[in-house]
Design a protein around this ligand. Structure first.
Ligand code: IVH
Length: 830
């Protein structure tokens, strides 16, 4: 997203900043506000991603999201599987085909206290017009922390499977669900309906989750934050072979469309599922009062840590389906059910130290080093402290957090884990603050290289200025360089990058491509790492290793694989190469825009060569930054100072006062602007000197050409020039170019397009482009667009609601893809 939506887009006024600081919100208000914010944000996501017509600036959007996240961070118990923080527009921009749920998939209302559960029971009875002595039977069962999924069985066979999506339309994950061993392909039993959507939760067990993360680390891939993310990431794989390799599991607990029902109660239905060999949760019981429900809640709470899978509460449902029908729904949740959430698990522990980590761009991030403590079955010894304001008790919006109380080394902190593995600091236990605890002084130098660390105006982050001399930044840059959207080198995860850096084998990105010359040292480094890990494990478990396998052999294979993976990436696309350099403000979108404009790395470097001397300097930027002096006046001023007829202040005999007046007049400055200049620069002679310097340092046309490329702008252009102006960066570019081949971007023509010469049919409704745009795009890429499907059709792009054309394509065996798949396929060529 850019911060300036196109001029044609009307911007709505920014929503007023929420009046109450997050730190002061009562939970009920927080819950309400989260719901309102979620709707607002979802609307913006839709307008941005789907309609291409955002109505707010990025800044405003970010403010809403930050507020949402801050509230969630403070009340993690309000977070549920549908939390916005778990998805970034993913619900709408999906790689999967869509499936419309015949019966919507609903969510549950939450209860957080015994009183709220009692109210729920009362509400149900009142609605059903029952007296205080009448009883209603409920089921109580664990609320599984996974992702819900709808499995459609027709004539007992699994025909499709969909994620919840937005509740109305989900993603087609049939191929992936078929790889889950616990989900039967066929339902066995005389009472299996002709059609039934069985619903339940796909999840990952705790042990399986740990093992998966260990494998991820081993393979140099990022770890999953928690079992729910791991389950979701595994189910939403385009390659079902990957899903198959992930140990996913399932519990059935509800249903959607059903042509008949095997039972008249909730528990009867779940029993039927179990008879049909679907997995169901064994901790489901029947309860006849609020007291019964609460007792079961406590029992499950006590067993929570040993269940072997994550749960985040207990779900209560009215058992009789007839009563469920009478109770119906309020908005998107059933009136007959409620989720009783567990409180976030908290513990108090001592802050031993604050570690400062240095990121790729030099950002210093403080991490709390805690006296290890068990929170909800997990030993916690680190927690994020975000930034120096956070330590001081100031939130992102400048408002106090924790009542404005700062965090000091030696303090006792209340920390919590709410589902996520990374715990948060909730509060400082002031009563236990040691007398000698001093306010934390955030370092002004980089802990990794000793360079100055500065904080720019309006930024909460302090950054190391050490650039490439800073080892921490160097490691992070290499990590970025090999990351998925950059060079995407398999086997070079965070840990291995650090290892190779420490071993002195990879200090700059180009070194990666010279590793082949250091095979022996590589093997040694990996071997030493394994030994070290084994020793640590032994120390932890107190057990010695059973056998020493042929380590040499294994290291050999690991190293060969890594070198092969590196070799595979010697050919790289231009945008990837640019993005991989990790230049500040040059993200993927900017890299693509530059590639599109300059087509080859050579052409871009030539442009930079010319633009560097023409980039704006501090003096010019300072002049531009003076309140009331816009681009036009600044240009007028420097033009006036450059006019030969005006003697400059430095010339002997010149009178600064007269000269300055002439300059001001010529630039048509009003009195307020004159005062502003005097305030900033001081005396007349100083103003003249500053204007002369600004003139010297104003951007030249070569720079403006670069900054004028759509989606680039002055900030990224300056940053690129700064990068290129540094000798060591140019040396880095040369070194890299000796190792890799950067493909020139194809000019936007049909040649080389994956659909050139093909006949394409669009059918159904398209969501991300109009029919005309789709047709124009296809034709530009050399395809022929036809109105009907025949044996000559090569490709059908089908959106929701596709009918006879889709059927015909399927009957003829013509390839059918979704709109998203189409965009993915042609993406690099348009
Ligand atoms: S019943 C109409 N039962 O919780 C009610 N949901 O917050 C349908 N969940 O989207 C849901 N365990 O993903 C139900 N035993 C359980 C559940 C459960 C987990 C999830 C489900 C749902 C979410 C609602």
């Amino acid at each position: 997203m850019t911060d300036t939506p196109s001029a044609a887009t009307p911007l709505s006024a920014p929503s007023p900043l929420r009046a109450v600081p997050v730190g002061d919100l009562a939970r009920e208000d927080a819950a309400n506000e989260l719901a309102v914010l979620a709707d607002e944000i979802a609307g913006h996501d839709r307008r941005y991603y789907q309609d291409d017509a955002p109505t707010v600036s990025d800044g405003e959007y970010d403010r809403l999201r930050r507020r949402y996240e801050d509230i969630e961070a403070r009340f993690p118990e309000l977070k549920d599987a549908e939390s916005l923080s778990e998805r970034v527009g993913a619900a709408v921009v999906s790689k999967f085909a869509k499936i419309t749920h015949q019966v919507p998939m609903l969510s549950l209302a939450n209860a957080f206290s015994d009183a709220e559960v009692e109210e729920f029971v009362e509400r149900v009875k009142r609605f059903l017009d029952l007296g205080p002595d009448d009883t209603v039977t409920f089921t109580a069962e664990p609320k599984i922390d996974g992702l819900s999924c709808s499995l459609r069985y027709e004539s007992g066979r699994l025909v499709s499977a969909a994620t919840r999506g937005d509740g109305q339309v989900g993603e087609d994950v049939t191929a992936n669900v078929r790889t889950i061993g616990e989900i039967p392909d066929r339902l066995a039993g005389a009472d299996v309906p002709d059609v039934i959507d069985v619903r339940g939760e796909v999840y990952m067990g705790a042990q399986d989750f740990l093992a998966l993360n260990a494998r991820q680390t081993e393979a140099g891939k990022p770890e999953f934050a928690n079992p729910r993310n791991a389950a979701a990431g595994s189910l939403r794989q385009l390659d079902s072979n990957i899903t198959a390799s992930r140990p996913l599991r399932f519990f059935a607990y509800a249903w959607g469309e059903a042509s008949s029902r095997p039972a008249e109660t909730q528990h009867g239905m779940v029993d039927a599922f179990a008879r049909w060999r679907l997995p169901t949760n064994p901790l489901t019981v029947l309860c006849r009062s609020a007291a019964d429900l609460l007792a079961h809640y406590r029992m499950i709470g006590e067993r929570r840590a040993t269940l072997g899978y994550d749960i985040d509460g207990v779900v209560y449902k009215v058992d009789s389906l007839e009563l469920q029908r009478r109770l119906g729904f309020i908005s998107r949740s059933p009136r007959w059910a409620i989720a009783h959430k567990f409180p976030a698990e908290q513990a108090v522990t001592e802050l031993l130290d604050i570690d400062i980590q240095v990121g790729r761009t030099g950002a210093l991030t403080p991490v709390a080093k805690l006296a290890p403590i068990t929170v909800g079955g997990v030993v916690v010894s680190n927690a994020s402290l975000h930034n120096e304001d956070y330590i001081q008790g100031i939130g992102g919006d400048g408002e106090p957090i924790r009542g404005g109380i700062d965090i000091r080394i030696g303090d006792f902190l209340t920390i919590q884990r709410a589902g996520d593995v990374i715990p948060q600091v909730v509060n400082v236990v002031l009563d236990r603050r040691p007398a000698h605890a001093a306010p934390y002084a955030f370092p002004h130098t980089c802990p990794a290289c000793g360079s100055h660390a500065v904080r720019e105006e309006n930024e909460s982050v302090r950054r190391c200025t050490g650039g490439l001399v800073c080892p921490a930044q160097a490691v992070e840059r290499i990590r970025h360089f090999v990351s998925r959207n950059a060079f995407d080198i398999e086997g070079l995860g965070d840990e291995n990058v650090q290892l190779l850096f420490d071993a002195g084998l990879v200090r700059t990105p180009a070194d990666i491509f010279r590793l082949q010359d250091h095979g022996e040292e590589l093997r040694k480094a990996f071997f030493a790492q394994r030994e070290q890990r084994a020793r640590e494990r032994e120390a932890e478990t107190g057990r010695a290793r059973k056998t020493v396998r042929s380590e040499d052999q294994r290291q050999f294979l690991g190293v060969e694989k890594l070198l092969a993976a590196i070799d595979e990436r010697r050919d790289v696309t231009f945008p990837r190469f640019l993005f991989a350099l990790g230049v500040r403000h040059v993200g993927e979108a900017t890299a693509k825009a530059l590639a599109k404009r300059y087509l080859s790395l050579d052409a871009l470097l030539e442009t930079l060569e010319a633009a560097v001397p023409g980039r704006p300097g501090e003096a010019w930027l300072r002049l531009l930054g003076i309140a009331g002096v816009g681009q036009t006046r600044a240009e007028g001023l420097v033009a006036a100072i450059a006019t030969e007829t005006i003697p400059t202040a430095t010339e002997a005999g010149a009178d600064p006062e007269t000269t300055l007046r002439m300059v001001f007049d010529r630039a048509k400055l009003n009195s307020r602007q004159r005062v502003a200049l005097r305030t900033v620069y001081g005396a007349d002679a100083d103003i003249l000197a500053a204007l002369a310097a600004a003139h010297q340092q104003m951007p030249r046309p070569e720079f403006r050409d670069l900054a004028g490329v759509p989606d680039v702008g002055e900030v990224a252009a300056s940053s690129l020039c700064e990068f290129y102006a540094e000798d060591r960066n140019r040396a880095l570019l040369d070194a890299l170019r000796a190792e890799v081949r950067v493909a020139a971007q194809a000019a936007p023509t049909a040649s080389g397009s994956p659909v050139a010469g093909k006949t394409v049919v669009f059918t159904g409704s398209l969501e991300r482009m109009t029919r005309e745009e789709a047709k124009a795009m296809a034709e530009r890429l050399g395809a022929k667009v036809a109105g009907s499907v025949s044996a000559k059709t090569h490709l059908v792009v089908a959106g929701p609601g596709a009918g006879s054309k889709l059927e015909k394509a399927q009957a003829l065996g013509v390839e059918v893809i979704t709109e998203d798949q189409w965009l993915e396929r042609v993406g690099e060529h348009v």
